[in-house]
Every structure is written in structure tokens, then in C-alpha cells.
Design a binder for this molecule. Structure first.
Ligand code: TEU
Length: 556
């Protein structure tokens, strides 16, 4: 396997950047971000070096779940632009070497969707069986509410239909019935439509819920994983390079099935929720052990498959895979105020404020993220260290407008602040203090550091394509691991502790190693003492080192 091969499995060696058109850049000055605004920032995104844009839902929507309640799968929310402009986004991104993937939210529709309106109004409508109905409210302990609170369970009575309908999310999001072949056919049509417009795949929303058959009347005759395999083959037939990046928030042993058989014939990428949660535990404890254990618990993934790693996303920082005590430790360290917590399982915060703005610690966390097995996914604004706005409801706290400059409106919009769909952050992380324009002028800024990190990550295919292993060491605060690929070895070390430390890493099977070169901003060269690599790490220090073998020519 050689470097040329990385283009075949492009999803293993890039950086994904998630953004919401609505909060990115408002070109027409109405207070809402738009597709034309995004087109104006494509060069910025190409410049920081990300390779794939993941666009959060931009479809027509009553907007009761920030667009995850779709009322037309074949259109663009008129507030954000037009289909023509969407194609221009994809085309411009492609020209600058970036691919675009879009959110596929087909576990449910909005209750305003014409399908649901037809289904509830007429028992003989062909759409009736597109949703999941019951005459009596079923009692099934496995079917729990995803957003515990005021939904009153997962079955709601519809007065027009005179039946209960299933919704695993909000009441206004009735679940589609994928046991119905017509629904599966329609999902394929939606997928085919966006592929035809040039997207390179989908971030598939809530996959375990999508393929869940519980609650559907009668014995459904489909195998849910067979269905995912069918969807994947359909995607490949339509567009060979397209991928499915699935949101599967389950324990690793249960996630494995979503990659498919040995050949990896279901989701190409699966978000790594378990490692993400343990990174926060390790940060809170200043002890790397939880991450080491989480890595050890990961199942091997098939050749065409990959983890998608992330520190934050647009939802709450969910800590649902941890024990109550562990979650409490994190709450105490990073979100002690009940107003920062959500659903009893997570924090509605961004990373920098959780780490008290400690630049060294923030960089250590992202350096770790980028070196872990998988493809890193960034949420817009992470590259400049944006904070949250806790005055906004629930998960909206972390979805404030992108901060481009210190101008009024953060350079996001020229509209009067009261017309903003969502206000900008105030306080320590306000646009005056955190913005792109100022950070571009400062060589030591987080933004410029991220640019170098992303560039280096793309030049280090060992992380995305190699085989990885943890290197045992005697510093509990330090996670050390190595990735081997195509005759090359990269070692990474990350110090979760607030104290500097020294350690010796013993590297097996590297008899011809003569030294190690620092790939980030540490001192350039390190010498080896036989199989031992002595290292010093500052507080929250981090290093990426490529091993130099005798007679080997290495990239710069
Ligand atoms: O979230 C689906 C989901 O399963 C959530 O429970 C998620 O795992 C949890 O909040 C932990 O982060 C997706 C979207 O990401 C979310 O924004 C939508 O509200 C939801 O689907 C409904 O479409």
C-alpha cells in the first residue's frame, strides 16, 4: 500500500468540518446565515485545510429541532437559499479540493411534512403506513425518550388519526416506518437525489433508531442490518466514492455491527462516542487511563471502515456511557452549574470554557484527537476556540453564530442584532475577544495552530490508515501510542497532567531506528537509546514523532 492509495479511501485521511449554514455567514443581511454566505467562506475553509464539509440540515423545516425536523427532503429552506445555490456550494468546494456531505435525517419527519399530514387525515392514504401507529398506547420498556423531559413518552395520540404514533425524539417528529418497502424506496430516492447534485456522502442521523423495528405492528419481515447493507450498496452504485458517516451512540461492542460484515459493507464511518466520553474523564482526572481502556475496548474495524473522532458536536456533550460517579466527576470539573447540564447526561458547553481557556490544555486535547485512530471531525468555531451562550435554550447554547471579526454582529451578519436568528456569545468568549480576523494576524493564535495541525494530520497518513497500539509507560498522566503504516512509524504522547514529566518509551520491532523527528512545534530531533525513546513533556504537553530509520528519506 502506498501514499497513492490514500485517495481511494479519502475518508480515512482528512479532516471533516461540520457547520450549519444558518449560523455561518449571512450574506443578504437578514440575520440568518445562507448558502451564498457559505460560498464566500469556501476559501477560508480550504485555507485551514479541512477536506470535507458536513452541512447540518438545510432543508425546509418548521425549525422546532433546529432543522432536524424536515418537511421536504428534496429542497432548501428558503431562508437559507435555493437548490441552485446549493449546487454552487458543492461545485466551489470541489474546485478547492473539498468534498461535501449532508445530513440524512430519515428516522423521522416533521409532523408538518405532507406525508404525515396525509397519513393522519385519511386511514386509507398510502402514507398511513409510512409511520408507526398503535390503537392502544404500547408499553415497551426498550422504547425510551431520547430527550427526557416533557414529551410524555414515545407514543402520542393524534386526534385526527385517532391512533397513537411513535416518536423516539420530539412529539413533532413522527418516526418513519422502515419496515414499509415504499419508505425504504423513498429514502433511496432522497439519497440518489443529493448524490446526483454532487455530494460525497451523508452524515446519517440517529442510525440505531432508524433501523429499530420495535413498536412496529406485526412481525416485520426485514433484517435491519440487511437494510443498511442495501442502502450502502445503493450509495456505491450511484456514486463510487460516496460514504455513510453514521451517528451510532452505542457502546463499542454494539457499534461494531454497524460497520457490517468483515468486508465493512454498512457504514463507512461511525462516530466514536465511547473514546470521546473517556477523553473528558481523563481530562477531569488528569489521568490517561480511561482513554487507554476505551481504546482497548474498541473492536477492530473492517478495511474500508473508520472511526470518526470528535471532542464536541452540535448536541450536548453526552456522557451517557459513563457510570453515575464518573459523569459526576466530569460535571464537577467542567460544568458544576445545573444550567450547564442537560438531560441528566451531558453538558451544553464548548471545550475552551470547560478548560478555563487554558491554551496549552486545549491544544493538547485537539492534538490527541487528531492523533487517535480515526478521522477527526471539527464543529465550526472550534478552530478559534469559541465558547457557548448559556442564555440560549438547551443544545442551542453551542450553536451561536460563527465569529468572523470584532465588528457588531461578529462579522456574521450586518443585520440589527434583534433580527439575528440566534444571538452571538457574550462575556469572555464574545466576538471582540474571539474572532477569525484577529487570530489570522497573530501567528501564535489557536487558528494558526489549527492550520498547522490540520496540515500535519493530512501529511501523516499513519494515523488514519495505520495499525495502532498503546505504548505502556510509567506516567499515569501520559497516553502514548504508535501508528504503523507503509513501513513508517509515528509515535504520539499526550500529557493529561498539569505537571511536566519525563518518560521512556520502549519501541518494539524498530531495530533500524536511528532517531525521531518532531512533527509539530517541539524541538526538531530526538535521539533513541536502543529501543528507548526518552521524552520530556511540559504541563499538558504533546508530541508527534516520526521514527527515522537507517537510510530512510522522510517527508519534511
Ligand atoms: O441526535 C440523535 C441522538 O441519538 C441523540 O440522542 C444524541 O446521541 C444525543 O443527543 C447525544 O449527543 C440527532 C441529532 O444529532 C440531534 O441534533 C437531533 O435533535 C436528533 O438526532 C433528532 O433528529
Amino acid at each position: 500500500m502506498s501514499i497513492a492509495f490514500t485517495s481511494d479511501q479519502w475518508w480515512k485521511n482528512g479532516v471533516v468540518y461540520c457547520l450549519d449554514v444558518q449560523t455561518f455567514l449571512d450574506e443578504d443581511g437578514d440575520g440568518v446565515g445562507d448558502l451564498v454566505g457559505l460560498i464566500h467562506r469556501i476559501d477560508y475553509l480550504a485555507g485551514i485545510g479541512v477536506s470535507t464539509l458536513w452541512l447540518m440540515p438545510f432543508y425546509p423545516t418548521p425549525d422546532q429541532d433546529d432543522g432536524y425536523d424536515v418537511s421536504d427532503f428534496y429542497g432548501v429552506d428558503p431562508r437559507l437559499g435555493t437548490l441552485g445555490e446549493f449546487v454552487e456550494v458543492v461545485r466551489t468546494a470541489r474546485d478547492r479540493g473539498m468534498r461535501v456531505i449532508v445530513d440524512l435525517v430519515v428516522n423521522h419527519t416533521s409532523d408538518q411534512h405532507p406525508w404525515f399530514q396525509a397519513a393522519r387525515s385519511d386511514p386509507n392514504s398510502p402514507y398511513r403506513d409510512w409511520y408507526v401507529w398503535a390503537d392502544e398506547r404500547p408499553e415497551d420498556p426498550d422504547l425510551t425518550e431520547t430527550f427526557p423531559g416533557d414529551q410524555g413518552g414515545v407514543w402520542s395520540f393524534d386526534r385526527k388519526a385517532r391512533q397513537y404514533y411513535l416518536h423516539r425524539f420530539y412529539k413533532h417528529q413522527p418516526d418513519l416506518n422502515i419496515a414499509n418497502p415504499a419508505v425504504r424506496e423513498e429514502i433511496a430516492r432522497i439519497v440518489g437525489f443529493w448524490l446526483q447534485l454532487g455530494v460525497s456522502g451523508f452524515r446519517v442521523d440517529a442510525v440505531p433508531f432508524l433501523i429499530e423495528l420495535n413498536g412496529i405492528d406485526g412481525a416485520p419481515s426485514i433484517d435491519p442490518h440487511r437494510y443498511l447493507k442495501d442502502l450502502r450498496s445503493f450509495v456505491e452504485r450511484r456514486h463510487g466514492e460516496a460514504v455513510l458517516l453514521g451517528e451510532v451512540n452505542l457502546a463499542p461492542k454494539d457499534q461494531r455491527a454497524f460497520f457490517g460484515d468483515e468486508d465493512g459493507d454498512e457504514l463507512n464511518l461511525v462516530f466514536n462516542f465511547s473514546v470521546m466520553q473517556r477523553i473528558y474523564l481523563a481530562l477531569a482526572r488528569q489521568d490517561a487511563t480511561p482513554v487507554e481502556r476505551a481504546l482497548a475496548d474498541l473492536p477492530g474495524v473492517p478495511f474500508d471502515s473508520q472511526w470518526a473522532t470528535f471532542l464536541r458536536n452540535h448536541d450536548e456533550l453526552t456522557l451517557d456511557q459513563l457510570s453515575d460517579d464518573e459523569r459526576q466527576e466530569i460535571f464537577e470539573a467542567f460544568g458544576p452549574d445545573p444550567g450547564m447540564q442537560l438531560y441528566g447526561r451531558g453538558l451544553r458547553r464548548r471545550l475552551p470554557p470547560m478548560l478555563d481557556g487554558d491554551q496549552q490544555r486545549i491544544r493538547m486535547a485537539y492534538s490527541l484527537l487528531f492523533s487517535l485512530p480515526g478521522t477527526p471531525v471539527l464543529f465550526y468555531g472550534e478552530e478559534i476556540g469559541m465558547g457557548e451562550n448559556l442564555d440560549l435554550a438547551d443544545r442551542l447554547a453551542v450553536r451561536t453564530p460563527m465569529q468572523w471579526s470584532d465588528e457588531p454582529g461578529a462579522g456574521f451578519s450586518t443585520a440589527e442584532a434583534k433580527r439575528f436568528a440566534r444571538p452571538v456569545t457574550e462575556g469572555e468568549y464574545r466576538p471582540l475577544a474571539v474572532n477569525v480576523a484577529a487570530q489570522r494576524r497573530d501567528p501564535g493564535s489557536l487558528l494558526n495552530w489549527f492550520e498547522r495541525l490540520i496540515r500535519r494530520r493530512r501529511e501523516t497518513p499513519e494515523f488514519g490508515l495505520g495499525t495502532w497500539s498503546v505504548i505502556a509507560n510509567d506516567q499515569p498522566a501520559v497516553l502514548a501510542h504508535r501508528c504503523d503504516w507503509d513501513g513508517s512509524t509515528v509515535v504520539a504522547a499526550h500529557n493529561f497532567g498539569a505537571d511536566p514529566c519525563r518518560l521512556d518509551l520502549v519501541l518494539d520491532d524498530l531495530e533500524d531506528a536511528v532517531g525521531a523527528d518532531d512533527l509539530l512545534d517541539g524541538s526538531p530531533e530526538h535521539s533513541l537509546d536502543g529501543p528507548r525513546l526518552p521524552l520530556t513533556l511540559e504541563r499538558y504537553g504533546y508530541r508527534w514523532l516520526r521514527i527515522r530509520r537507517d537510510g530512510q528519506r522522510l517527508p519534511p
